[in-house]
Ligand binder design. Structure first.
Ligand code: GLN
Length: 218
């Protein structure tokens, strides 16, 4: 059942157009979200890569930050964050920008170095089938702590880079720039894996501001 899926792409800054094209490839017309009114009726929202402090600033300026956090915390909205979007989904760690705190994980910005240290990699596909996942890392963050409610779906050099908690997915890389649509399909409940989405979530997202129960990376 995917008829009720309504997908938005946060379109304030960053790499939102490639996400919108990926959503269309999977047969859905995305809503480009720039104002609170655009969130009405959405079941899924993609937070693109870009610059997380700028994204946070614009989210607050346009009255979207609290609205997205509250809808997601109430289980009405599933989030898929890539790179800067993933940073925003994690828990506050005392550095900028302030985070949504919707997944039980912390992320450190620019963990691989500068823009010139950006790279492409093939990741073991795990639950995504036989072919490796194509991943593009651009000034990517890393997951510095992952709590027990978080499932690691893909790793790079042993470190988690794609995680899932209830209806939410966070990737430290850019699947949308590599034409890697299997992760988006899973987010929208179109993949072979278990149905994800607000209505089907087995695990409530932690309340905004809840204390993270983190364990250090292995
Ligand atoms: N380095 C950016 C940040 O810290 C993220 C880069 C990206 O989204 N590709 O916000």
């Amino acid at each position: 059942m995917t008829a009720a899926v309504q997908v938005g792409v946060l379109a304030l800054q960053g790499s939102f157009e490639p996400h919108a094209r990926a959503v269309r490839r999977l047969g859905h017309e995305p809503v480009l979200v720039r104002a609170r009114a655009d969130l009405g009726g959405l079941t899924h929202l993609i937070l693109p890569g870009g610059e997380s402090t700028t994204l946070h600033h614009l989210l607050v300026l346009f009255g979207l930050f609290d609205e997205i956090r509250e809808r997601a915390a109430r289980g009405e909205l599933a989030l898929f964050g890539t790179c800067a979007g993933a940073i925003l989904m994690g828990q506050d760690d005392g550095t900028r920008p302030p985070r949504f705190g919707l997944i039980d994980a912390t992320l450190a910005r620019n963990a691989y170095g500068r823009q010139v240290d950006s790279f492409e990699a093939e990741l073991a596909p795990g639950e995504f089938g036989a072919a490796p996942l194509r991943a593009i890392f651009i000034r990517a963050p890393c997951l510095t702590g992952v709590g027990p409610q978080v499932r690691v779906l893909a790793r790079h050099r042993g470190e988690p880079v794609l995680v899932e908690q209830g209806p939410h997915l966070a990737a430290t890389f850019h699947p949308e720039l590599a034409g890697e649509d299997r992760i988006l399909a899973r987010f929208l409940g179109l993949g072979e894996g278990r149905r994800v989405g607000p209505a089907a979530s087995q695990h409530a997202a932690p309340a905004a501001g809840a204390k993270p129960k983190l364990r250090p990376r292995a």
